[in-house]
Structures are given as C-alpha cells and as structure tokens.
Design a protein around this ligand. Structure first.
Ligand code: DQA
Length: 144
C-alpha cells in the first residue's frame, strides 16, 4: 500500500478557532479525521503531521525520503517566505509534493500571492476549504 503524509504548518492547529470567515468553523481534529478517511478510501496509508516550528517541519520533510510515496503540504504562512522549506522539499525531490491551501490565497493580501515553494512542488491547489486536502490526495493518486 502506498504511504502518504499530510504536513500542516504554522497555525493550522487553530483552524475552527482562527479567522472562521476564511477557514470555516470546523476544527482541526475533525478535518484531520476526514483527511484520514478520504485517504484510506483512496487506498492510501496516511499520516498527518502538524507543527508550528519551521525546523521541525524541515526535519519532517527530510524524513519523507524512503518513508513516504508522496506528500500533501499546507505550509501556512511559511509558503510565502521560507526558502529553508523550499530547499528541504528540493532536497527530497524524488518524493512528489502537492502544495495545498484552504483559502484562495490569490483573493487575499498581496503577500499571500507569492509562494516560494510552488516551484519545487508538482502542483498547487487552493481555495476549496478542507476539500483542498482531498483534492491534493486525489492529485497524488494520479502520480504514485
Ligand atoms: C493558508 C494560507 C496562508 O496564507 C496562511 O498563512 C495560512 C493558511 C491556507 O490554507 O489557506 O496559515 O496556507
């Protein structure tokens, strides 16, 4: 069975509490349950990892090499400025990454329009709330 990892970056543990008009009222735990159910139904063995710390996220990205067949990554605000995260993804280039955002970042503040990680990801999905994760998993399904 193919193994995938969903990585969630800073503040994504606060979904359901933070900026509900943007991220919705559903909390992170139930969204994660949904992700795991969807992944299992898609035939994947799936883990979810969330951290608010850039270095921990980098360590986790490195650890995907040889351990996971693909990754769905919502890097939160790090998406827009973390060259360290970008380089970590590039370092494990054999592992396909799909960049995901719950909100449509292009309809929001200008600083969110730029992603420094898109270039090292296979594709980008944004704007579909928690369904963005499902779409990310579906994208991996077509790849691995
Ligand atoms: C986000 C968008 C980012 O700009 C923001 O910093 C987040 C969440 C999203 O899922 O829409 O934390 O990645």
């Amino acid at each position: 069975m193919k193994k995938i990892l969903v990585i969630l970056g800073p503040n994504l543990n606060m979904v359901g509490i933070r900026e509900k008009s943007i991220y919705g009222a559903e909390n992170a735990d139930t969204i994660n349950e949904d992700i795991l159910t969807f992944a299992r139904d898609a035939g994947f063995d799936c883990d979810i990892y969330q951290s608010n710390h850039e270095g921990e996220l980098i360590d986790k990205i490195h650890s995907t090499l040889g351990n996971y067949d693909g990754v769905v990554l919502n890097a939160g605000a790090l998406t827009h400025y973390s060259y360290a995260l970008r380089d970590a993804i590039a370092a494990v280039e054999q592992v396909p990454f799909v960049e995901v955002h719950m909100s449509n970042v292009h309809k929001r503040e200008e600083f969110r329009h730029k992603s420094v990680i898109s270039e090292v990801c296979r594709g980008v999905i944004c704007g579909f709330g928690k369904d963005s994760y499902r779409l990310g998993i579906q994208a991996l399904k077509g790849m691995i």
